[in-house]
Ligand binder design. Structure first.
Ligand code: FDA
Length: 308
């Protein structure tokens, strides 16, 4: 119920306006967001790289409403991608198709994606297309497959274990050799398309994780096991041990600011870890999704506001 309210608020304009105009809220949001500028993100990535952690950097923004805005978002990515090698950073990038104009015109979005992938390819950088709510799943996967067919092998995707359809999508994508990030899913979805119970989402995650790792062992894709769930991480470690999946064939992924202790532990134990580093002025919906994932974060957020 609480999660549903927070996810509703993540889309409410009045709440967005209230929170984002509050300087103090902006500063507290920095627990999950690297900052508002490219330089802020670069400083965070440099620190992570120094700890042996790779990154995937995301310019916050979603649901752009016109082609010019989508073009500006794409240009910001091109600038960022050029800076990654200049700054000698080890980072991929993550993008959202709705930030690049999917709702405005799929052709505009496709052109923006081609530009980003082409630039990234020149620097040997991979681009992960984040998965948004279920109304975008088909369009996102279709675009991903189309771009791969055009030769953009540096394009990769995300699958959410809360969707029933993922049981079919994962084997198909793994069979095509696509690199997939597996996450639980962060949006408010109806029971007609997604498991309403957390336990079912977790069980599906474990099944899909095994399918991806089996495929990786057979040369099919490079999975990103994106979760902070200690039980699923343990289950992944056990499975990798039992089935002797080489540790270079997959990586764990986590979000910036979430469970840093667990992040350090994985690195210490010799696993690959990539951290998702979001930055930019459009941090409000991202922050609300992080609060929805863990009610204790709401308390952290509110108490930090009062402490200051
Ligand atoms: P779960 O929510 O069950 O949390 C397990 C434990 O992790 C919690 O008990 C808590 O200790 C800790 N934890 C989790 N979230 C926390 C938070 N916000 N703050 C503090 N502690 C927290 N989703 C999506 O729909 N599309 C996408 O493209 C992506 N991309 C993505 C990339 C990466 C690298 C990650 C790690 C996650 C995503 N997600 C995502 C988000 C994902 O779907 C999911 O909402 C969150 O990862 C939370 O789920 P967990 O798997 O961590 O489990």
């Amino acid at each position: 119920m609480f999660r549903a309210i927070l996810l509703y608020l993540s889309r409410a304009r009045w709440m967005k306006s209230l929170v984002t105009h509050w300087g103090l809220a902006r500063r507290v949001a920095r627990r999950f967001v690297a900052g508002e500028t490219e330089d802020d993100a670069i400083a965070v990535i440099r620190k992570l790289n120094g700890m042996g952690i790779t990154a995937t950097v995301d310019i916050l923004g979603e649901n752009t409403t016109n082609a010019a805005e989508a073009r500006r978002a794409a240009d910001a990515y091109l600038h960022l991608i050029d800076r990654i090698p200049q700054e000698k950073l080890d980072s991929w990038v993550s993008v959202k198709l709705t930030a690049l104009g999917l709702d405005v015109d799929p052709q505009v979005c496709l052109e923006n994606m081609r530009g980003i992938l082409d630039c990234a390819r020149q620097h040997d950088i991979r681009v992960t297309i984040d998965m948004e709510d279920h109304t975008y799943t088909d369009r996102t996967l279709d675009m991903l497959r189309g771009l791969r067919k055009e030769g953009f092998k540096n394009a990769q995707g995300v699958i959410q274990s809360y969707l029933y359809r993922s049981e079919q999508d994962i084997p198909a994508l793994a069979n095509e050799g696509l690199d997939i990030r597996l996450c639980k899913g962060a949006y408010r979805e109806p029971a007609s398309v997604a498991y309403p119970k957390k336990r079912d989402v977790d069980e599906a995650y474990a099944r899909l994780m095994k399918t991806l790792l089996d495929a990786a062992r057979g040369g099919g894709g490079y999975p990103g096991i994106a979760t902070h769930d200690p039980r699923l991480i343990e289950e992944t470690r056990d499975y990798v041990g039992e089935t002797q999946v080489d540790r270079v064939l997959f990586e764990f992924q986590m979000l910036y600011g979430v469970r840093p202790g667990l992040q350090e532990e994985l690195i210490r134990d010799g696993y690959r870890l990539r951290v998702y580093v979001p930055f930019g002025s459009q941090w409000y919906p991202y922050l609300m999704r992080r609060l929805a994932e863990r009610p204790a974060n709401v308390w952290f957020f509110v108490s930090s506001l009062f402490r200051r």
